[in-house]
Design a protein around this ligand. Structure first.
Ligand SMILES: [Zn+2]
Length: 344
């Protein structure tokens, strides 16, 4: 029996494959409308106001009982900070990238760290560190394939990802885009680590086999994700790799990146994922829509299924949906506590 841990100790222990007092509960992005309204934050200011960002994201820790506080809300910080056009969405819709560059040479990242979006993340990390020392503070960054997709345009990247498996010249082109993306990833990750994050959550949704071939993921994407992950680890922090979509054919590849935890969605069976991931902890698998309008029974069933199947942390299959309800989120959290007290 492990003595009671703080949320931060629990999450970090899980990421380092050490014993925990109960299953840690972690999340992806948490731009939850109920929490925005409760905290008095204003949309879209909360994307560029560090106080509001932490007021909203910390509600998952203080009110819902999740172990992590994750920020920023948007997966467009890197793209916006490089000068790409970003639509801010709505209070219940995440921002999205609207433009792209013609050539990797057009990407100027000399002033990346001076962008308002990056500065907000860094300032938010400082606030969270002071206010919530016992929570596991996590900074959300995008992975190299997703960032390369923003830079080159998602359609162009998708075409290149098929052609590069057939012709060397396309491999050279996609590699150029990925190298620029990786440079930016490292600059941002280093700033996040220095700002006081406890772990990095790297989401690389464009590396999903819903968008690229499994062969592309395993052969081209994995080395870039691994290089980013190794860089994060070299600075002393663990990292979680999240890729949604059906990654069943790529779980071993995901584990090869050296990520401390793999976060997967509900289309991949948790039993298969745990088997294929080997020693690497796996989390996820609970359909996010369940916390929007699912029944309490289904939330409990899905939470318990993932844990019975060997998940080492409880997590929704993607970010926390903006229209999640606090009663359903609390049902999920309670289901994890109940499972833990019965099984640990
Ligand atoms: Zn996702």
């Amino acid at each position: 029996m492990v003595t009671e841990m703080t949320s931060k100790e629990r999450v970090i222990a899980m990421l380092n494959r050490k014993p925990v007092d109960r299953i840690p509960i972690i999340t992806g992005s948490t731009m939850v409308v109920e929490n925005i309204n409760k905290s008095g934050a204003i949309w879209p200011d909360l994307h560029k106001n560090a106080e509001m960002m932490i007021d909203v994201s910390s509600k998952m820790y203080t009110d819902i009982g999740v172990d992590s506080i994750i920020f920023p809300f948007s997966a467009c910080v890197e793209a916006a900070s490089l000068g790409l056009e970003v639509s801010m969405g709505r209070i219940d819709i995440h921002p999205s990238v609207k433009s792209f560059f013609k050539s990797p040479d057009d990407v100027d990242y000399s002033k990346f760290l001076e962008s308002d979006f990056v500065k907000t993340t860094i300032e938010a990390a400082g606030i969270a560190k002071d206010k919530y020392p016992d929570a596991a503070k996590s900074i959300l960054i995008v992975g190299p394939v997703t960032l390369a997709g923003y830079l080159a345009g998602a359609n162009n990247l998708s075409k290149l990802s098929i052609r590069c498996l057939q012709k060397e010249k396309y491999m050279d082109t996609i590699t150029e885009w990925l190298e620029v993306a990786l440079d930016v990833n490292k600059i941002y990750a280093k700033a996040c680590i220095n700002a006081g994050a406890d772990y990095i959550q790297c989401g690389d949704p464009s590396a999903s086999t819903n968008l690229v071939m499994p062969e592309f993921y395993n052969k081209v994407a994995v080395p870039f994700e691994k290089e980013l992950g190794d860089f994060i680890k070299s600075k002393g922090l663990p990292w979680v790799l999240h890729i949604c979509g059906n990654m069943a054919l790529c779980i071993e590849g995901m584990a090869k990146t050296g990520a401390n935890c793999l976060s997967i969605e509900q289309t991949v069976d948790m039993k298969d994922a745990v088997r294929l991931a080997g020693d690497t902890p796996v989390a996820g698998n609970i359909a996010p829509l369940l916390v929007v309008d699912g029944t309490y029974e289904d939330i409990i069933k899905s939470t318990r299924y993932a844990l019975d199947s060997g998940a080492k942390a409880s997590m929704l299959g993607c970010g926390t949906p903006p229209l999640s309800t606090s009663d359903r989120l609390k049902t999920w959290v309670k289901a994890v506590h109940d499972w833990s007290s019965e099984n640990m």
